[in-house]
Design a protein around this ligand. Structure first.
Ligand code: PMP
Length: 433
């Protein structure tokens, strides 16, 4: 496999290709195959952009038909049949059944684009500048999104001060020693506090990049009540946790609150094609035409696969309650077994945004490397890469999930020298050394 051009021509900024130093030539379902024919089970799923696996046959067929029909590929925010079908289907299958009355904005096609649009809109609506976000949050790499991100290495990359935002503790940051939101309640009520009332608070219900931390439902509810009480807009960044990843289409559905603004990207196209949405209550739709724009807001092939995805998986609750629920149970059952047989290891996350935290911060990286050697793509997360982060496709067959969990169990055993008990659903002792 010739990899010379990647190290001589491509920038030093590349990362994934360093941890997984192979050339991926084929991808189908839950498996990627390198040029030399080695197969890798994919528990990474394009960082959450491939929730339905690689090249799903029905989505692929819809895409190929569209591409070969000479229909428009690129259309900014012009009207096309592909965009009409997407908006109608999204409204009919996702928004209406959930009682969500949102306007749909197409920002640029990435996660950071939808976050920028959300922050800009919140400031415009409220006339306030300040935004609050949480410790260990990750919202993207452009300056606005970076200003509400926690990671100090990424923040330093901005090269200029990141202003008009402050961090407040995420759920469990203070280990339960103070009442949730005690400080925030006090300063918002005290005109002498010196803390400016924010335009918005932006939150991930599960922090994907920040260490696979899942907020408790009651904490999220408390946050939404606090925002409503103080007329602060609540933005949920569902870029990574949305589109079914946590077990429901939106990650906040089971929590029982309605955010003012929702950021969606990654798996909304269902196929790995760039696409993003910013959703907001109709009263917040104060944009002037063209006040926020972007060349790549009309990615019609992405609209086609997005519509096909919604029809295939979200037309009723059979996928959510069937295959998806079973996949979640399989992964969490295995994680509990692995964590249960190792001192200090804990399970993190919600649904198929799942993690394994080890006391020794070196372990997760070594387990990911050992898993790669054994044919599994799994990444790490957290400020010190101290959490093994599992994001298999929601459609991964049970046997493949169990095989992957077996590879992880064996890697943990190999790296830590611990006896790991992992028994897959069929009773076989899978993988563990
Ligand atoms: N928000 C969240 C919660 C994310 O996880 C990410 C990407 N990991 C982003 C925003 C940024 O998305 P993108 O990389 O597409 O800009």
């Amino acid at each position: 496999m010739d990899t010379t051009v990647f190290s001589t021509v491509e920038s030093e900024v590349r990362t994934y290709s360093r941890g997984w130093p192979t050339v991926f030539a084929q991808a189908k379902g839950a498996v990627q195959t390198s040029e030399d024919g080695t197969e890798y089970l994919d528990f990474f799923s394009g960082a959450g952009a491939l929730n339905y696996g690689h090249n799903h046959p029905k989505l692929q067929a819809a895409l190929v038909d569209y591409i070969s029909s000479d229909a428009p590929v690129h259309s900014l925010d012009m009207m096309t049949p592909a965009k009409r079908d997407f908006l109608q289907t999204f409204n009919d299958l996702i928004l209406q059944p959930r009682g969500l009355d949102y306007k749909v904005m197409f920002p640029g096609p990435t996660g950071t684009n939808t976050v920028e649009a959300a922050l800009k809109l919140a400031r415009k609506v409220t006339g306030r500048q300040h935004i609050l976000s949480f410790t260990n949050a990750f919202h993207g790499m452009t300056l606005g999104a970076l200003s509400v991100t926690g990671n100090s290495m990424k923040r330093r990359g901005a090269g200029i001060p990141l202003t008009n935002s402050s961090k407040i503790p995420y759920d469990d940051y203070l280990g339960g020693v103070t009442t949730d939101f005690l400080w925030l309640e006090r300063v918002l009520e005290d005109s002498g506090s010196g803390v400016d009332k924010p335009a918005a608070i932006i939150v991930e219900t599960v922090q994907g990049e920040g260490g696979v931390r899942a907020a408790r439902a009651e904490w999220l509810k408390g946050l939404s009540e606090l925002c409503a009480k103080h007329e602060i807009l609540l933005i949920v960044d569902d870029v990574q946790a949305g589109c079914g990843r946590t077990g429901t289409f939106f990650s906040f559905e089971e929590v029982g609150f309605t955010p003012d603004i929702v950021c969606v990207s990654k798996s909304i196209s269902g196929y790995g094609l760039p696409m993003a949405l910013t959703l907001f209550r109709p009263e917040l739709d104060v944009w002037s035409p063209g006040e926020h724009n972007g060349t790549f807001r009309g990615n019609n092939p992405a609209f086609i696969t997005a519509t096909a995805t919604l029809k295939e998986f979200w037309a009723d609750d059979s996928f959510q309650k069937g295959q998806l629920a079973e996949a979640i149970a399989t992964v969490h059952g295995a994680l509990e077994q692995i964590a249960g047989s190792m001192e200090g290891a804990t399970v993190r996350g919600r649904g198929l945004l799942a993690g394994l935290h080890f006391e020794d911060i070196e372990v997760a990286g070594k387990v990911a490397a050992e898993s790669f050697r054994n044919g599994l793509l799994v990444e790490t997360s957290g400020p010190d890469d101290e959490v093994l982060k599992l994001m298999p496709a929601l459609t991964t067959p049970k046997a493949e999930l169990e095989r992957g969990m077996g590879i992880i169990a064996a890697a943990v055993a190999e790296v830590t020298g611990t006896d790991i008990a992992y028994r897959a659903g069929n009773g076989d002792l899978a993988g563990a050394a």
